[in-house]
Write a protein that binds this ligand. Structure first.
Ligand code: FA5
Length: 351
């Protein structure tokens, strides 16, 4: 007998139980259950042991079936000894469960502990695209000069992109801006100047507006031309606006973007929406570099929107965002801006 029990019925009533051969199964089962309790290595294993021996159909309960084979006067003592066996196993289970639980908790705490002395994982930081950095700077400068930024649609009406800008039907100037037509009267805008008509259709002067965004032209792509690029357009309508206002505004803008000594040069040029029209260049490292087009807003446009040209006049100028960044940094191939090669982009972080 490996386990001593106060209900060792073999000792209490040796003859009866030896004859019936029932005390031994209880002792054996109890010993087996206690061994299994000790051997359980986890709370889950322990629960399985509990079920196996003390469950409704557990092996200790199953011993009760033998009760029917006993004489009536022996049955209470036999039942009591099974109850006692179950109580012993239950107690052992509880003790073991407490031990295992605290062990598991300790292991869990250990596994989940954070070593604050370890170096942190370095997350690669993203950065702004160089054109975003340039656009932000342009917005800052023009915003500081009182210009309000307004967005126009990239998918634009033919009317706003061309007709409202004083392009006569079939004028060759439109050929310079070969277009992606989406329907007969809608195209991907070729110039941000398209916003002018939208503003004039809805507002009365005075106003100072600027816009910045993507433009699209059906172009052979090379180092200085792309089918997708960014433009800025600036225009102002007020009383007595003249070329002097344009020159002053453009000069201030150019000096803020390219440095305090920057000179601006105007040369006559043709755009249907300005009269007179010019292109303008800045003196950069000893060379005149063309930056964009400008002029006084053509009176035809102001009149088309019911603006009294006796009282009001306006100027407009436009430039390329890629071109601006290329001049500032010496990037010599505009295609790089759309390729998004991080080796290129990274060079301008913090610029
Ligand atoms: C215009 O688009 C006129 N709307 C500018 C203007 C505004 C004139 C207001 C007068 C008054 P232009 O086609 O020259 O003009 O384009 C202006 C600038 O956009 C160019 O100087 C260039 O920097 C940029 N640009 C034009 N086409 C492309 C292209 N295919 N790829 C990259 N940049 C371009």
């Amino acid at each position: 007998m490996s386990v001593s029990s106060p209900y060792n019925t073999a000792v209490l009533r040796p003859n009866v139980y030896e004859d019936l051969n029932v005390s031994e199964p209880i002792d054996n089962k109890t010993a087996e259950a206690l061994k299994a309790v000790t051997a359980a290595a986890s709370v889950a294993e322990l629960t399985a042991v509990e079920l196996r021996y003390l469950g409704k159909k557990g092996e200790i309960n199953e011993l009760r079936r033998a009760i029917g084979t006993l004489p009536a006067e022996e049955r209470p003592a036999f039942g009591a000894s099974i109850n006692e066996a179950a109580a012993r196993v239950t107690e052992a289970l509880e003790d073991r469960r407490a031990v295992l639980k605290s062990g598991e908790l300790r292991a869990q705490l250990q596994a989940e502990s954070v070593d604050i002395t370890l170096p942190g994982a370095v997350l690669p930081a993203g950065g702004l695209h160089p054109l975003t950095i340039t656009a932000d700077r342009i917005k800052e400068v023009l915003g500081g000069m009182g210009f309000e930024f307004v967005d126009g649609p990239e998918l634009e009406d033919y009317a706003y992109n061309f007709a409202a800008l004083n392009y006569p039907e079939d004028h060759p100037a439109m050929d310079e801006q070969n277009s992606f037509f989406v329907t007969d009267d809608r195209l991907m805008r070729t110039q941000t100047t398209a916003l002018q008509g939208r503003i004039m259709a809805n507002r009365r002067p005075p106003f100072r507006i600027a816009t910045i965004g993507r433009c699209f032209r059906y172009e052979a792509v090379d180092a200085t031309h792309h089918h997708t690029f960014h433009q800025v357009d600036i225009f102002m309508v007020d009383e007595k606006i003249s070329m002097a206002d344009l020159k002053g505004t453009l000069g201030t803008f150019a000096r803020s973007m390219f440095g305090p000594e920057t000179l601006v040069r105007f040369r006559p040029d043709f755009f249907p929406f300005v009269e007179p029209g010019v292109d303008y260049s800045i003196l950069w490292q000893g060379r005149w570099l063309e930056l964009g087009g400008a002029g006084l807003i053509h009176p035809n446009i102001l009149q088309a929107y019911g603006i009294n040209t006796e009282k009001y006049s306006g100027f407009a100028f436009g430039l390329g965002v890629e071109r601006t960044h290329m001049i500032q940094t010496g990037v010599n191939d505009l295609r790089l801006y759309l390729e998004n090669d991080v080796r290129f982009l990274r060079q301008f972080q913090g610029a």
